[in-house]
Design a protein around this ligand. Structure first.
Ligand SMILES: Nc1nc2c(c(=O)[nH]1)N[C@H]1C(S)=C(S)[C@@H](COP(=O)(O)O)O[C@H]1N2
Ligand SMILES: [Mo]
Length: 420
């Protein structure tokens, strides 16, 4: 009996569910899911224009880990809506699978002696990074999405470094375990009905299992059901209208956007950002545009005398929510660049966008030349046929196709071309 009291002894673990088949099935699901999470995550980081240091991002050392960074395209216009929607929705959906997988192998984490050989020692160290890294990525991701940037400014480096550590350990783990996992799943498929694990099949099988209260297939359905429930209560945040009401797990803090032209998701309200109506009035507000040939100052009336264009574009936040296309109308960023000496289409530079907002991480952002050059990229003055509402950035906001929402600066005060 004494050998059952310590978690380091196999007899301590009594669930009849544990065994190589259960662990392998969950492992294969995570292999596919986490690979997609890693790719969409790296892509999200590239979309953020981290190369425009130090405006958008100050992650030290990203030069090495960011070797893959590329100019995020501006088409299709819903690109970030898709990649980030998948990243966040899939991440949340995989939580039950991750927890079930950890539960299924927990006896191994306690196994003694800590290392039987050098290879075994290395494997256990990689497991530490795997489990620690995985939990870290899921926890920081969920906190960021649910609690609205609990680590303001530092979320990007934390989640980004963590992703590389986690994925390195994950790759080693897959290389070591994939053949075994495939073998167990294949053998089970060949067997007649549900395979009964034997102790010889591995240390995951309890030597003295309790009587089962649910079959292993039933347990998998339970995990799958949990995932489905999370999916069904999360996915709605990528849509407007009644579908968004199904996103029960999405944070409901902040402003209710109501209905009408401004009736779509609001991230930070004008009040939150400390925007005073007095500074956005026609008399007070001037847009300061600086470039090669100097500085021009434009009031709203001056902007309205420039050619106005319309773009149907969504807002897609790093938090995973997005809106459907809204009708924006305003002045092309490339036309504003032309006012200060960047007339030729090829010579269009990057731009530093600064808001009236005085505090907060998102009061300024950098856009790359390909984003400035796109004819759909606007300094918007109207949305859905009316003046921008205060919460959506009146008197003027940036809107760029396929870009993360954080680059669509609201309450714009200053554009500096060629500054980055
Ligand atoms: N000045 C300023 N602009 C900002 C923000 C902000 O906090 N301040 N939030 C950004 C983020 S993170 C997003 S997702 C979008 C949201 O735009 P919306 O509130 O109009 O939907 O605005 C962006 N522009
Ligand atoms: Mo955002």
């Amino acid at each position: 009996m004494s050998d059952r009291r310590l978690p380091s002894s196999p007899g301590f673990w009594r669930s009849p569910l544990r065994g190589p088949w259960f662990t392998s099935v969950l492992g294969l699901v995570l292999l596919a899911g986490i690979t997609v999470l890693f790719v969409t995550g790296l892509v999200s980081y590239a979309a953020y224009n981290p190369g425009l240091t130090p405006v958008n991002d100050q992650t030290p050392g990203k030069g090495i880990l960011g070797f893959y960074l590329f100019d995020w395209p501006t088409r299709p216009r819903w690109l970030y809506r898709l990649t980030q929607g998948v990243h966040v929705t899939l991440g949340i959906t995989l939580i039950p699978v991750l927890l079930a997988k950890l539960w299924s192998v927990v006896p191994r984490l306690f196994a003694l002696p800590p290392a039987r050989s050098l290879t075994h020692a290395l494997e256990r160290i990689s497991l530490l990074l795997l489990v620690g890294g995985g939990l870290f990525e899921f926890v920081t991701g969920v906190l960021n999405v649910q609690l609205d940037y609990v680590f303001p400014g530092s979320f990007y480096p934390l989640h980004f470094y963590g992703a590389w550590v986690f994925f390195a350990a994950f790759a080693v783990h897959v290389a070591l375990k994939l053949p075994t996992a495939l073998r167990h799943v294949r053998r089970a498929r060949g067997a007649d009905g549900e395979p009964t694990p034997k102790r010889e099949e591995g240390d995951l099988v309890s030597p003295r299992p309790d009587p089962p209260s649910v079959s292993r297939r039933g347990a998998l359905w339970l995990v799958g059901g949990g995932s489905l429930l999370l999916f069904a209560t999360t996915a709605g945040r990528s849509f407007d209208g009644p579908l968004r009401q199904t996103a029960l797990l999405a944070p409901h803090g902040g402003a209710d956007p109501g209905t009408g032209p401004g009736g779509f998701q609001i991230n930070k309200t004008a009040a939150y950002a400390g925007i005073d109506a007095a500074e956005t009035s026609e008399e007070a507000w001037r847009l300061v545009v600086t470039g090669r040939t100097g500085t021009v100052r434009l009031g709203r009336a001056d902007l309205l005398r420039l050619p106005l264009h319309s773009s149907a574009l969504p807002i897609a936040c790093v938090e995973g929510w997005s809106t459907s296309d809204q009708w924006w109308r305003g002045v092309r960023l490339s036309d504003l660049a032309a006012l200060v000496g960047y007339g030729d289409a090829d010579g269009v530079p990057d731009v530093l966008v600064e808001s009236l907002q005085r505090h907060g991480a998102f009061r300024r952002a950098g856009l790359r030349a390909n984003q400035v050059r796109d004819p759909l990229s606007l300094l918007a003055l109207y949305v859905n046929g009316e003046d921008l509402t205060p919460d959506h950035g009146y008197p003027a906001r940036v809107i760029v196709p396929a870009a993360p929402g954080v680059l669509n600066t609201k309450w714009v005060a200053r554009l500096t071309f060629g500054a980055l």
